[in-house]
Design a protein around this ligand. Structure first.
Ligand SMILES: O=C(O)CCC(=O)C(=O)O
Ligand SMILES: [Fe+2]
Length: 314
């Protein structure tokens, strides 16, 4: 269809299991995608579909709990950035209609127990580990694509603590989401290194690859995980890789009441002490960005996204 974004489907099998030339061929495909639209659909990525389906099921069980109960796990602190946020808690220049649960690598004090949702913590921890392994492979592939040496990202991801997020966009009247300044999630870029994004079959995710306001659908493709570049990777690569705007709006093919939609992003950030300074490759190339400390960057961007945190920008 004309209004679908031109996002390549890339098989990761040859990067995971292939020889050097095969790995390089995958890295080249990634380079082409990330230096243009900024997104790929990755298939053969090694995370079994049954596991992904299980996490979507767990998300439904969690979000179906009563609101008062979900608020007992409310996210309280931008640095820990862990727990539940309700409809309206997160928005940066507009109104989102979604609820989220954030899970982290080292500490999850605001996490449902087995009494609340059987198997929640254990299964989330396991899935987190699988996303983490895939995420580090994606970084290796990006390092190869940029000719930085495969191990480039190892030194800045020793203590990396990505954010695994469950999202439910509740069933809602179309006219509410379609008001000016509202969306399921308003246009934004992600602010870490890169994101793995699993989506269900409902649709509504759109990307604006060239920042012209011309949003195109990133349609659900079964068996794939979307990978998108985020702001720190764009800065590090001095704009070679592009962190592009995206949003979630009403799916085209539904009536006046939108069905609920679920998605599961895994946001990869470098170690907090890492300095993200643009890498120059060409003679005469000039840095487009000042260096930034990854930890400060993350806390600043996180707190300015949440309306309810005391540290949020006024
Ligand atoms: O729900 C989606 O497909 C996108 C979510 C997203 O962009 C985000 O949480 O940053
Ligand atoms: Fe995003």
């Amino acid at each position: 269809m004309d209004d679908a974004a031109d996002i390549a489907v890339v098989s990761f099998d040859k990067f995971i299991n292939g020889g050097d030339a095969e790995k390089r061929a995958v890295a080249k495909q990634m380079y082409n995608a990330f230096s243009t639209v900024g997104w790929v659909y990755l298939k053969d990525h090694g995370i079994p579909q049954e596991r992904v389906d299980e996490i979507f099921g767990l998300a439904k069980s969690f979000f179906d709990l009563p609101l008062e109960q979900k608020y007992t796990w409310r996210l309280k602190d931008a640095e820990l950035n862990q727990g539940y946020t309700g409809d309206g808690d997160e928005a940066n220049g507009g109104t989102d209609h979604k609820e989220c649960y954030e899970h982290r690598r080292f500490k999850n004090p605001s996490c449902p127990t087995d009494v609340d949702v059987p198997g929640f913590r254990k299964t989330m921890d396991e899935f987190y580990g699988q996303c983490y392994v895939l995420g580090l492979k994606v970084l290796k592939c990006l390092a190869m694509a940029m000719e930085l040496g495969e191990d480039f990202f190892d030194s800045i991801t020793k203590r990396a603590d990505p954010q695994l997020r469950l999202i439910r966009y509740p069933s809602i009247e179309r006219k509410i989401v379609e008001q000016k300044g509202h969306a399921r999630i308003i246009p934004h870029t992600d602010f870490g290194l890169c994101t793995l994004l699993f989506q269900d079959s409902i649709g509504g995710l759109e990307v604006d690859p060239f920042h012209t306001g011309d949003f195109k659908a990133a349609l659900p493709v079964p068996g794939t995980v979307l990978i998108n570049i985020a702001d720190l990777m764009q800065r590090l690569t001095n704009d070679r890789f592009r962190s592009t705007m995206h949003r979630v709006v009403s799916p085209k093919a539904s009536g006046d009441i939108l069905p609920a939609r679920y998605s599961i992003p895994f946001f990869i950030h470098p170690d907090p002490e890492a300095l993200i300074d643009p890498i120059l490759k060409d003679e005469g190339e000039v840095k487009k960005y000042e260096p930034v400390n990854a930890g400060e960057w993350r806390v600043r961007n996180t707190s300015s996204n949440y309306k309810m945190l005391p540290t949020a920008a006024a």
